[in-house]
Write a protein of this length. Sequence first.
Lengths: 409, 136
Amino acid sequence: MLPSQLKKLSRPLSAQKLSAENRLLRFQLATSQGDLNEAKLLLAAVLRLVEQLATCPPNQPILQRALQSITQEVSAQAAALHIWSPQEHCFRLSAYHNLSEALQQAWEQLFVDPLHEPIVLPLSNGFQEVHPVPIYAGSEIIGLLTACWEQVGQSGRYEQEFLKQAAMLLSLLIRGEEQRMFPAASNDLTPDAFVSMLSHDLQAPLSLIIGYAEVLLEGYFGPLAEEQAEQIRTIQASAQRAADLITQLSDIFKLSQGQHTLELAPYAIDQLLQEAIEKLQSFLKDRQQHIEISVEGTPPPIAIDGERIKEALTLLLHYIARRAPTQSTLHVKISVASRQDEEKLVLTIALEPQATLQGPYQKTEQRSKSLSLFIAQTMIQLHGGQVIWLDPQHDGELVRVELPITHAS
Amino acid sequence: MMNKKILVIDDEPELIHLLSIFLSTAGFEVISAHDGPQALQALERTSPDLIICDMVMPGMDGIATVQAIRQHPRATTLPIIMLSARGQTQDIEQALDAGANDYITKPFRGADVVATVKKYFMGEPVNAAVPAEKVV
């Protein structure tokens, strides 16, 4: 599945606007997930489901018959079985578990935007009509239950009700299996709670380090020699940097979860860039480095969260300056580029000629080891922009930051 | 004029000690409690002029503590400042809704803590340094 197709699928679509192509893509996505172990787990869950359903008095005769007639199929993709409906129509029941994140999002969009009718697809195994039902764990879709009919129009109210009940029971069974297999998952620690815990438990000791450093530097317990004070300032600055990273990490997590929102307002990027450089002055001075800004044309103000973009630029420039030679100069060119009918504001960061960055920075795996860079890039992506790393041989240009221009009024 | 009494509620003794250094040097008397129930007892025994309360504490958390304090007849108008790690903005909103007046984010600078506290005693003189921390 191409990323562009996934992006397309993750957009909300009304049921009426869904094209046959989109429906097909969604279905293919569902059938391409899972592995043999998951399939076995699901099969066990489905069998237990059928056993449970078979004990339900209202549908007992039908389900007992279904149980006797089960054709077990374990494929590499899912657990499947055949069941006969009261109208004597055969339908194939399949369950899919551990969907990819992108697929989960696509299905969540689909079911937020309800699609009640079955999907008509000419499948290779002779089935024509597909009815997908999400399997929930709380509000999260963790899998799909699908039923396929041989003929269009065979699915009726009974089958749809059966699917709903089956999906509900299956979600309980799957969650039970997960908790049995992965006991650590049973303490209900959500990602949000984990980030809050991480933030609090790391910020608390850092607060003490920073605070006691201040106590010593301010001379609460007597004067310090200049060299002692210098070491304590280093402790304080390092702890502050760690605390800032934790705060920023927590912030981008909450932004991506929708718990925090970007505070967009019109900003002149050259001004923000200048402020970011100001924040690095002490670091640049120690390394005898300079950062020069040049502006091409007259870029318009752009609608961004000024404080957050400033932090992202500071982290990005700090990352590059740390790897640039001492006594070197970084050049940042601000320009506007039009691409695919979209105007973008571009910051191109380059080293002076003949200078190169130290270390294999150009390798993605090296860059992925930097938390500060991860935060900077994610923040820019959350603004709809991107950070593009360039071939260092190309005119000394290292990186290009692109931000979409939303004309700010 | 008597010293202004600040009740600091935090489950970490080191943090109470640190705040005590900043506040006592600025002329405030510091009393402390390590959790919500102890804070309510302190409120009974003493009459603090301002409370600093940590957000995350085992058992009764900061929000529940502030709500309980606000029920006390002596504390209906008492200034309460929450201490919170940055990034817990939603919690801060909850704390303000629960009755807190202000908040300080961790990590904090001593000067900022003192300035925030002094804001609530504008125009009232505060004595010079007093002995640090008296645990209730």
